[in-house]
Design a binder for this molecule. Structure first.
Ligand code: GDP
Ligand code: GDP
Length: 438
């Protein structure tokens, strides 16, 4: 099975430590999510990195638990998550030992095609061999003793897991080197296919590679206003469902795969239904991956001007956490608002790849501190000395000072706002990194 990022699913009884392991694997040092107010990391799906290789982790334990009818839904959704996985980590608990519930799960896991690795959690302070001994009985290969809370032996497991996975495939590359890679995310029926067809049809469609497998990415190239674009799409993200199911959910994994390959993510909302929890989830995952993004409210044609005004006001208010993302109103069906949409895409892309000098960044930092200095902690002022750029896409700003770990989130957001305004960094998350020099 091939996909852009390998997908690792965590499976196991409740309380064995799946979510603890999930948090450890998906914790990123850059704290990109923590610094974006209102953006919450999905508790069940996350991006992770091991030795420079990115992958997706799914905690199947929590899936479906927030919904009604827990038993049947959780079961069905766990199955769906397993189908999307390339490899399974079966988590068991060394303290509790081998229980009947583990046997039941093992029976199911022996029937799936993907490789399964047994990880014996809570093994800190124990000799690996003895902690894992009894779990050989699961007949799923040699168990690996780990500790999710202490981090013991987790990288050894990952080393082993990645050794068994195929090498990552090359990304979808545009013919035009300067083409902007777009991903289009949104709920079923938002109008994604309509927009793609319009963009590809109205302009000269240059290339489209056919998917080799169902999970392969599709890339379609087009130009608009003489500027080249590539729409990357993991097959299925915009495939129409055979039955019009209003509660059909987007595949989070497919959306993550699409965001991985894109430079700018367009999140499409349906004007008729407004901003849903799923839309927020899609926006959050684009930001978590550090992608530039724009919000397109589609089917704008179907609304009377009063209703438009009302929806516009509602969105502006509710979209608070994403207030730095451009909000566009379009009609994919009639082709209106597309120029504005692609102009916003260009601007967001430019912001994501902005180059900022140490001088200009430090001056902005100085001005910001002058305008509103960080509060004193235990009578000592937090000093912020200078700033330099640590990376692009997303823009990373490294701030040097002392006691920076004591800065409040509120103050960090203030700084972010100042940098955003000064360097026109709208349409992209910003990664603020603090370094102490004392
Ligand atoms: P889940 O239900 O499988 O997601 O389990 P959780 O991650 O919520 O963990 C259940 C409990 O086990 C929590 O109290 C964790 O702190 C604890 N736990 C998780 N991993 C470890 C570990 O490696 N060692 C120890 N001693 N406790 C752990
Ligand atoms: P997808 O599932 O996101 O790919 O959505 P589709 O592109 O298949 O569109 C779903 C439905 O919405 C179709 O019946 C479209 O004709 C309709 N639709 C798409 N865009 C618009 C629009 O701008 N205005 C109106 N009124 N309907 C639209």
């Amino acid at each position: 099975m091939e996909s852009v990022l390998p997908v690792v699913a965590l499976v196991g009884r409740p309380n064995v430590g799946k979510s603890t392991l999930f948090n450890r694997l998906t914790r990123t040092r850059d704290a990109l999510v923590a610094d974006q107010p209102g953006v919450t990391r999905d508790r069940h799906y996350g991006f992770a990195v091991h030795a420079g290789r990115r992958y997706i982790v799914i905690d199947t334990g929590g899936i479906g638990q927030d919904d009604e009818d827990i038993d049947s839904q959780a079961f069905a959704q766990t199955r769906a998550a397993l189908e999307e996985a390339d490899v399974v980590l079966f988590v068991v608990d060394s303290r509790q030992g081998l229980l009947a519930g583990d046997e039941t799960i093992a029976e199911q896991l022996r029937r799936i095609d993907q490789p399964v690795h047994v990880v014996v959690n809570k093994s800190e302070g124990q000799v690996a061999v003895s902690a894992s001994a009894e779990f050989h009985a699961l007949a799923l290969g040699d168990p690996w003793a780990i500790s999710a809370t202490h981090g013991d032996r987790i990288s050894a497991v990952l080393e082993h897991v990645f050794a068994s996975l195929p090498e990552p495939r090359a990304q979808v590359l545009p013919h035009h080197r300067d083409a902007i890679r777009l991903a289009l995310l949104g709920r079923p029926n938002a109008g994604k296919s309509t927009l793609v067809n319009r963009l590809l049809g109205e302009t000269r469609m240059l290339t489209q590679n056919a998917p080799g497998t169902t999970r392969d990415a599709v890339a379609s190239e087009f130009t608009f206003d003489d500027k080249p674009y590539v729409i990357v799409d993991t097959a299925g993200v915009r495939r129409r469902s055979r039955i019009d199911d209003p509660v059909e959910k987007v595949s989070v994994v497919k959306a993550m795969q699409a965001a991985e390959q894109a430079q700018v993510v367009i999140v499409m909302l349906d004007a008729a239904s407004g901003l849903s929890a799923q839309d927020v989830r899609l926006l959050s995952l684009a930001i978590e991956r550090g992608r530039a993004a724009v919000i397109a409210v589609n089917k704008w044609d179907g609304l009377k001007s009063k209703a438009r005004e009302k929806l516009h006001a509602e969105l502006v208010e509710r979209i608070g956490a994403f207030d730095y993302l451009p909000l566009l109103f379009i009609s994919a069906l009639h082709g209106s608002g597309l120029r504005e949409l692609l102009d916003a895409v260009q601007a967001s892309h430019k912001a994501a790849f902005a180059e900022m000098t140490t001088n200009a960044l430090s001056r902005t930092l100085e001005d910001a501190v002058e305008g509103h200095s960080p509060p004193a902690v235990h009578g000592r002022r937090i000093k912020l000395r200078y700033a330099h750029q640590g990376g692009r896409n997303p823009p990373t700003i490294v701030i040097h000072g002392n006691q920076t770990q004591r800065l409040s989130d509120e103050y960090k957001r203030y700084l972010m706002r100042r940098f955003r305004e000064k360097f026109n960094l709208f349409g992209t998350p910003i990664n603020l990194v603090f370094k102490n020099s004392d």
